[in-house]
Design a protein around this ligand. Structure first.
Ligand code: G
Ligand code: G
Ligand code: MN
Ligand code: NA
Length: 254
């Protein structure tokens, strides 16, 4: 409760920050994108991770203005990187199911695109598979509307939500992100390795880009490459970085 009141103030006080984590093509080694991840620099408690405050913000509805801030800030940063000739092909932003079900998300995305002046395809919206499956009708409608804006769509935490091939085909998203729980013990758990393999095949059968999250070591990277996964994201390449550090990463990366 106290945290929620603090969060309300934090929104007006520039205590929120976006960190960015790179996504690397497993074959060319090029940086294809970054994912924006919100952090809260609390004046007394220090850095608070989103796992701690996003659920609170969802319960109170504060996640709607918070999510708007995230969208505007990410688009502003994309514009700055574009002007400097540094922008990756896409920047992904996570949205909460609460933003989707309140039905204001499309307008918020539209506003953020217009204010920043970026090309819509530079922005990718990540929606979790569990929400998509929980409310198929709303998700289908929101995803269809978002696509008319020209932004990219991604299904996050894939593998945990029991999507069917048919439903996924109808959604026509651009990217599938394999949940990190499957990637983590892929090398030691053949069941998880089979799931990763199946998700990659499913994604490719629909012409989607498949991103493996949470890649922490070279064994995982080599396995993913042997399975023809497209893109990796994880501590092996980099932790999520503050914007300045990501700018340096983009400048020096080759
Ligand atoms: O970065 P970290 O591992 O702490 O993120 C934890 C969770 O918080 C992840 O599931 C991530 O999707 C979510 N998250 C991170 N940034 C945002 C954001 O800007 N909006 C929403 N809704 N969720 C986010
Ligand atoms: O949005 P999503 O639920 O996919 O959030 C990704 C989360 O995973 C973020 O909180 C991010 O900080 C975290 N993360 C990113 N790379 C790694 C990794 O290599 N290992 C682990 N354990 N977590 C990671
Ligand atoms: Mn994500
Ligand atoms: Na995820």
């Amino acid at each position: 409760v106290a945290l929620n009141a603090d969060l309300r103030r934090a929104l007006g006080r520039e205590e929120l920050r976006l960190h960015y984590q790179p996504q690397i093509d497993l074959f060319s080694g090029e940086i294809v994108g970054v994912e924006a991840l919100v952090r809260w620099q609390h004046p007394e408690r220090g850095m608070i991770a989103p796992g701690e405050f996003i659920p609170i913000a969802e319960d109170s509805g504060l996640v709607v203005p918070l999510g708007d801030w995230v969208l505007h800030e990410a688009c502003r940063q994309i514009k700055a990187w574009s002007d400097a000739g540094l922008a990756p092909r896409k920047t992904a932003v996570n949205v909460s199911p609460v933003q989707l079900s309140r039905g204001q998300l499309v307008q918020s995305v539209k506003d953020a695109l217009e204010q920043s002046g970026i090309a819509p395809a530079q922005l990718e919206i990540e929606i979790t598979e569990s929400f998509v499956m929980l409310d198929r009708e709303q998700s289908f409608k929101s995803i269809a509307e978002l696509k008319t804006l020209g932004v990219r769509l991604s299904i996050d935490d894939f593998g945990t939500g029991y999507s069917s091939l048919g439903f996924l085909q109808q959604l026509e998203v651009h990217t599938l992100k394999i949940d990190l729980s499957f990637v983590h013990d892929m090398a030691t758990n053949s069941g998880n390795a089979s799931i990763v393999k199946a998700v990659i095949a499913l994604g490719h059968s629909l012409d989607l880009e498949v991103v493996a999250e949470g890649v922490e070591d070279e064994v995982q990277m080599r396995l993913l490459r042997s399975m023809r996964c497209d893109v990796m994201q994880g501590y092996l390449v980099s932790r999520p970085l503050p914007a300045d550090d990501m700018t340096r990463f983009l400048t020096s990366f080759e």
